[in-house]
Design a protein around this ligand. Structure first.
Ligand SMILES: *Cc1c(COP(=O)(O)O)cnc(C)c1O
Length: 262
């Protein structure tokens, strides 16, 4: 029996027996953390009167090693997210045999697009027309399946609030969504946000996610297939689920607190 955790598909019966002591301890810790997060999502769905399967957990593995991603796959995680291509590309390569959907959630420079398109199933952080063109060109060149794209909404740019997080101002979301929908190789999948740290919605994730839900509804009116609403992280997933998020992006609560440089 080889200790190849990169074949760690869920339910493989000999899996935990194949782990080193260190891997086994991490596997158990990740399993415990996942149970807690699963309970939080299930409770939030119940409180909102939504079925549990209306919300997909996406585990944000940034700064953690590929080995953790493999252990998560063995624990049944199906969706993982990364925010820096430099870290994500080698991890995705190592984990390429695992049944995982890869989400890219970080600010994306056009010189990284070719690489990201080689492993990402979805990009949550589409925020400018130039990036749309670049993603399209890379997808068409690679002959891969269409790339799912979400418009990243910067709620702190509401009504000219100015510079803040990455993303487009709410009033510009529909134009960028239309552009994605009209661009070959791309599929408009929905909208994404991070609760704002500045502006009128700062410190009030419930209101921020309600605002995102309004924007998502407007996008869906024009593009019915764009059903993804990506919102909520370790600290505010309950508010996101209450507001209708379909995908929560959870890092710390599953993997632990990242080093400050992450
Ligand atoms: C890191 C990150 C997350 C996860 O944040 P946690 O607070 O660790 O759960 C979610 N979304 C994006 C865009 C991130 O960069």
């Amino acid at each position: 029996m080889t200790n190849d955790i990169y074949d760690a598909f869920p339910g493989r019966p000999d899996f935990s027996a194949a782990l080193t002591d260190g891997q086994l301890a991490r596997y158990e810790q990740l399993g415990t953390n996942l149970e807690v997060v699963e309970r939080r999502i299930a409770d939030a769905c119940a409180a909102a009167g939504r079925p549990r399967d209306a919300v997909q957990l996406v585990v944000v593995t940034k700064t953690y090693p590929a080995e953790d991603t493999a252990l998560l796959a063995a624990l049944g995680v199906t969706d993982v997210a990364e925010n820096r291509d430099q870290d994500a590309a080698p991890k995705a390569e190592q984990c390429s045999r695992l049944p995982l959907t890869w989400h890219f959630v970080g600010q994306l420079q056009t010189n990284k697009v070719r690489s990201v398109v080689s492993y990402a199933d979805l990009v949550h952080s589409v925020d400018r027309a130039r990036l749309v063109e670049s993603l399209s060109a890379a997808v068409l060149k690679s002959e891969r399946a269409p790339l799912g794209c979400l418009v990243q909404v910067a709620l702190d740019k509401e009504a000219g609030e100015g510079e803040g997080r990455a993303g487009v101002a709410p009033e510009d979301v529909l134009a960028l969504a239309d552009r994605i929908a009209d661009t070959p190789g791309l599929q408009l999948a929905g909208v994404m946000t991070v609760a704002p740290l500045v502006g009128p919605l700062a410190g009030d994730p419930a209101r921020a996610f309600d605002r995102l839900a309004e924007i998502a509804t407007a996008v869906r009116a024009a593009h019915p297939a764009a059903t993804m609403v990506s919102a909520g992280m370790s600290g505010d997933l309950e508010q996101a689920v209450a507001a209708g998020a379909t995908h929560v992006r959870v890092g710390t609560a599953v993997l632990g607190v990242r080093s400050p440089l992450g």
